[in-house]
Design a protein around this ligand. Sequence first.
Ligand code: PMP
Length: 407
Amino acid sequence: MLLSESLLSQRSIKRDPRGFLREEYNRLVSEELDWRIRTLTTNSGPWSVISDRRVLVLCSNNYLNLTNHPLVKKAAIDAIEKYGAGSGSVRAIAGTMSPHVQLEKALADYKRTEASLAYSTGFAANAGLIPQLAGEGDLIISDELNHGSIIDGVRLSRAERAVYKHSDAEDLGRVLNEAEKKNYKHILIATDGVFSMDGDIAPADRIVKQAEEHGAMTYIDDAHGDGVLGESGRGITSHFHIEGRVDVEMGTFSKAFGVVGGYVAGSRDLINYALNKSRTWLLSASHPASVMASCQASLEVVQKEPEHLRKLWNNTRYFKDGLKKLGFNTGSSETPITPVMVGDSSKARRMSEMLFSENVFALPIVYPMVARDKARIRTIMNAGHCSQDLDYALKAFEKVGKSLGII
Ligand code: PMP
């Protein structure tokens, strides 16, 4: 047989190159674990229009309603006029424009760090930087409930891995003591600041103390603490008064700041290192200047207009108390993220659909984002909601919760 014939006969092995796509999708549908995408036909606000229905939005990360702030919008429009629609390059080549540099200076001032670095997204910051901070011969220690982008960053690293019990600083101490028996060069402790599925806050003060005792580096993902926790929304370090003691403060402009884009803040050494080593920064185009300008305007707004943050927390207290009074289990939430625990994923889905028919948009969070028996409706407050909005939502939750036998 000629070589080419033998290759042909090998290739006639019955291999279906694409069948798995539909099979897997069908499995997700049959287990009610598929995403059904809703499309907004308006801006993202306290109320939006989705599927021709005006709905009260309880599942956006737009905590301070800054997506709609006139100064934040105007900054983008002005920057497009001056700098164009795109940056044309990666940051390291020709994609750094004045607004990128100005934002990084403003962010470092806000975070009270020496320097900061903007990434395209928070996901890109975690996936690009974590694997560079710990490699072969090092150890990364993670909270068991860390966000998927931290998990993926850790997976890209050659370091050994260990996990500590959720928010348990004592268990972290146990892992660190174990680690002392081995000769790791570097140890990196990574945690979410606010956990995105439960709304609880990591004990960052105790984590930092443990890290300092063991000579470990700390990495805190403040995606849901930014603009929400601490003085002027400066985040978790301000909340715990541990400014300057977290080695890597990572965050995003896509949530409370109402725009998009990730960042890390810390020492000048960290930023010099990060920009020379993170492949997601070096090899991926920079944001248009308009995005940077909007982010900078957001930082100014949160510092000059404290009423948004005040309103967010007033709304949070009111809504959380209202849910509890109705008899809902809101888990361990301490922040504007309030889960309404349901358990079963199909029931959580049904609850979300029923709420939607009551003009309340709140999505179910199901496996694999949370454990299979921990499905929930995750609600997130918005500073733009008024008390009538919250009463409206609570009435809908009461009606649906009773009809599903949850309360
Ligand atoms: N970390 C956490 C804790 C998050 O919740 C998110 C967003 N889901 C990210 C990182 C990613 O941020 P971005 O949307 O900017 O990619």
